[in-house]
Design a protein around this ligand. Structure first.
Ligand SMILES: [Zn+2]
Length: 806
């Protein structure tokens, strides 16, 4: 081995070697190259480890922590009381939770009251077909009056749980955090601004509690800053994932005042695009500004019986509390009169803090990245390291891994769910780490294989520039469409282009080219590695392809470092070159083997058992008029246990309009001795073409929800009122075109006034109510230990319906 030899692709020895990346030109000796590769990789690994360590949750503080601090140990005592059992809105268990919350807040000397009202849902949740969803709610509201208030700070969480589980995390985490923050705030000097603690009801049903507070509570009349606290899992860092619009000032305070600020403007964009909702939605109007935070890893237990206090990672609780307390103190002392900026901020976590810059910089930065990558391409060509043709080929070919990695990740998950169909009903597997690593190994294998195949023909320089070009272009695309996410590709592209330019301009025999490209790759690691890690729990394995895509983008930024693992391009001929090429396949092969092994380990380790049951969905619906009953399931490919109840696919919209029009599995069931809700006519007046009915809908047993649907092919609904509130009326072409859904109906029933277009005969009105729990039903066989319950709002539901011709 000696001086670089002439590669076969050119015929003029004195010119620089085409296809040799600047960083590697000094490294013609294999040993030096290997040392450089090792140094660069160790540096990147250290940066990556630092980024990931920064996402770790803090150690939970014990119950004897100083009074002014947040203690997860103290908060956890409340978690155990709140989440002792399932406490769905309207249930006696929820009343006990409410009594505990009132007692705790009053015990702190806070002005505490219960807002007891009927409220419509917030946002656009699925509910009634062409009608309205409402609930009777009882919010617990307490106030710590400020010394010289400039506005109000609202700490919000919901205290109700789903019917299927005790809500140990969702949202005993938020509720217990607020109690502990309230305690800590009352021990120190009083803040300048009013702090209002809002523990809402019926979030799981319809966000109705938050909607009631935001719309009609006197303390909400002037708006203010809302800090909503949630949990959609059991562990992981608390992520500030949603903000009000024009968030720059809020994000600045978040970065300054939250001790562990994890949040990214990309999450805000993802969340705006997802159909999920929290109480925060109810506050997203003119009066309020605010931040929404949650921990989301460990999503397998979400809304299931496994969401118990014991499942909670108290480090996540500590982070919730540290951040909420820090923010409450900061917002409590800030002039709240003008927290809205003219723009959204771009922000993302880096070790030690939160980087933030104004959103209006997004497009200029994206264009600058494009310009710098173009300059790098031009200089690369001028220096003879790549021809125009090769640069074009590098650009075109870089699209291959960008497309192939996400597709392969999705196919991998398809294969895994074919082997284990139960995963289809889970937000994430119980032990997702093996599958996450498998996806990363797969993305790595695809990138390395692609690189080994293209590198010799196209050359490292052209491929590196081509990869950066895609990142820069994606940055422009994102800046226009999803500005909060543009930093993900713009900043690494900027760094990569700068690194490349430095590498080109520094002395090729020194260490600087390697240092420059390694530093650029490090920027990519800092920005993209936490994104990959946070995307997995955010989107679940079913969308693992998105994480694979980001992983490949990271790989493209690090391509010049990856290149050091390969023998120097054009450096050898003959046998040596052959050997070198064989060696170049090694990293790709190793990654491919790792992907298969990791997926296999995942399947071996993450088996369903009593502690990690396979989720199943079953409900029961009976027509009290005909005495016909059936089992129903939402499972598209029913598990063996569910198969014992259902066979055919059907829609029950005609018989049970309250259950919606989804395709369900169904099977015959024995009739149970259960009464349908009563529908009484309190008044029936006809004036000209209109008929006004005053009705009372009264469940005859303890139920979670009651519905009423009008057969609008017989009579059109003109106006409707529920519990004295006018509700919107719109009816589609369905048989039961108008419907009302009422959660947590009081035992004395709900009064409903309908104004109908006069019809010739009686109008069929279909009513239904639903309770939870199938255990007492005839023909129900309890689940074996390894079979669990899907965390959905209809799991274990027991519905009884009948039609009243009126
Ligand atoms: Zn929930």
């Amino acid at each position: 081995m000696g001086a670089p030899t002439t590669p076969a692709t050119t015929g003029t020895p004195p010119r620089p070697i085409p296809g040799v990346h600047p960083a590697s030109r000094a490294l013609t000796r294999p040993r030096r190259r290997l040392v450089a590769a090792a140094a660069a990789l160790v540096a990147l690994a250290a940066v990556g480890a630092g980024s990931l360590l920064d996402l770790r949750t803090p150690a939970p503080k014990s119950a004897d922590a100083p009074a002014g601090e947040f203690s997860a140990g103290r908060a956890y005592e409340d978690v155990q009381v709140i989440a002792a059992r399932s406490h769905v809105a309207g249930s006696p268990a929820n009343e006990q939770v409410r009594a505990h919350l009132e007692q705790q807040l009053r015990g702190l000397g806070l002005e505490t009251e219960v807002q007891d009202t009927v409220a419509p849902e917030a946002g656009q949740l699925s509910g009634a077909a062409g009608g309205a969803t409402l609930a009777r709610v009882r919010n617990v509201v307490a106030r710590l009056p400020g010394t010289d208030s400039t506005g109000r700070v609202f700490l919000v969480s919901h205290y109700d749980s789903v019917q299927t589980g005790p809500g140990g995390n969702d949202d005993a985490a938020g509720t217990s955090t607020i109690l502990e923050v309230a305690r800590a705030l009352t021990t120190g000097p009083r803040p300048r601004n009013d702090i209002v603690f809002v523990l809402t009801d019926a979030e799981e049903a319809c966000l109705c509690g938050a909607a009631a507070f935001a719309a009609s509570h006197p303390l909400a009349a002037d708006g203010g800053v809302v800090l909503n606290l949630e949990a959609r899992g059991s562990t992981g860092p608390v992520i500030m994932f949603e903000t009000s619009r024009n968030n720059a000032k809020l994000v600045d305070i978040f970065g300054r005042a939250a001790p562990h600020p994890v949040g990214t403007s990309f999450a805000v964009e993802i969340y705006r695009a997802l159909p999920n909702d929290t109480d925060f939605t109810a506050f997203l109007d003119q009066k309020f500004v605010g931040l929404n935070s949650a921990y989301i890893d460990g999503g397998a237990i979400y809304h299931t019986p496994l969401d118990t206090p014991a499942a909670m990672d108290r480090g996540s609780l500590q982070q919730h509390g540290d951040n909420a307390l820090g923010l409450a103190r900061e917002f409590g002392g800030t002039d709240l009169t003008d927290l809205r900026s003219g723009h959204d901020a771009t922000y993302f976590p880096v070790p030690g803090g939160l980087v933030r810059y104004p959103g209006w910089l997004t497009l200029p930065l994206a264009l600058l990245a494009v310009a710098l990558v173009a300059a790098l391409g031009w200089l690369t060509r001028r220096s003879g390291r790549a021809s125009t043709g090769r640069l074009a080929a590098g650009f075109a070919l870089a699209l291959v891994p960008i497309v192939a990695a996400p597709v392969a990740a999705q196919l991998l998950w398809l294969a895994i769910t074919t082997i284990r169909p139960g995963y289809a009903e889970l937000l994430d597997p119980y032990r997702p780490i093996w599958y996450r690593l498998a996806v990363l190994a797969l993305a790595t294998a695809i990138l390395f294989t692609w690189y080994a195949l293209t590198r010799r023909r196209i050359g490292p320089a052209a491929l590196a520039v081509g990869g950066l070009a895609w990142l820069a272009l994606l940055g422009v695309l994102l800046a226009v469409a999803v500005p909060g996410g543009a930093y993900l590709t713009t900043v690494p592209a900027l760094a990569g282009a700068l690194g490349g330019l430095v590498a080109l301009r520094t002395r090729q025999t020194g260490p600087w080219p390697v240092v420059a490209v390694t530093a650029a790759a490090a920027v990519g690691v800092v920005i993209l590695l936490p994104t990959v890690v946070l995307l997995f729990p955010a989107l679940g394995m079913a969308m693992g392809g998105v994480a694979a895509l980001v992983a490949v983008l990271l790989g493209l930024v690090a391509l010049p470092v990856v290149d050091l693992l390969h023998p120097q391009a054009g450096g050898q001929r003959g046998l040596l070159a052959l050997r070198a090429r064989r060696l170049a396949v090694l990293p790709a092969g190793a990654a491919a083997v790792a992907a298969v092994v990791l997926a296999g380990v995942g399947l071996g380790v993450d088996r369903f058992d009593a502690a990690h049951p396979a989720p199943t969905h079953l409900m029961y619906a009976m027509d009290a008029g005909t005495g016909q009953a059936r089992w129903l399931s939402h499972e598209s490919d029913p598990q063996p246990w569910t198969d014992g109840y259902v066979d055919k696919v059907t829609s029950v919209e005609d018989d049970f309009p309250g259950l919606g029009g989804d395709a369900l599995r169904t099977g015959p069931a024995q009739a149970a001795n259960l009464p349908a809700p009563k529908l009484e006519v309190l008044a029936d007046n006809a004036v000209r073409d209109e008929r006004t009915l005053r009705l009372r809908l009264t469940p005859q047993r303890a139920v979670r929800v009651a519905t009423l649907h009008v057969e609008t092919v017989t009579a059109k609904v003109l106006r409707a009122e529920v519990a004295g509130r006018v509700v919107p009326v719109q009816q589609g072409g369905r048989r039961w075109g108008f419907g009302l859904v009422f959660h947590a109906p009081p035992p004395e029933g709900v009064e409903i006034t309908l104004t109908l277009q006069r019809s010739a005969g009686p109008v069929p009105i279909r009513v239904m109510d639903a309770s939870d729990g199938l255990d007492a039903l005839p023909g129900f066989r309890p689940r074996p230990p390894a079979v669990g319950v899907v965390g959905s709002h209809t799991s274990e539901m027991l519905a009884v319906a009948r039609t009243y011709p009126i």
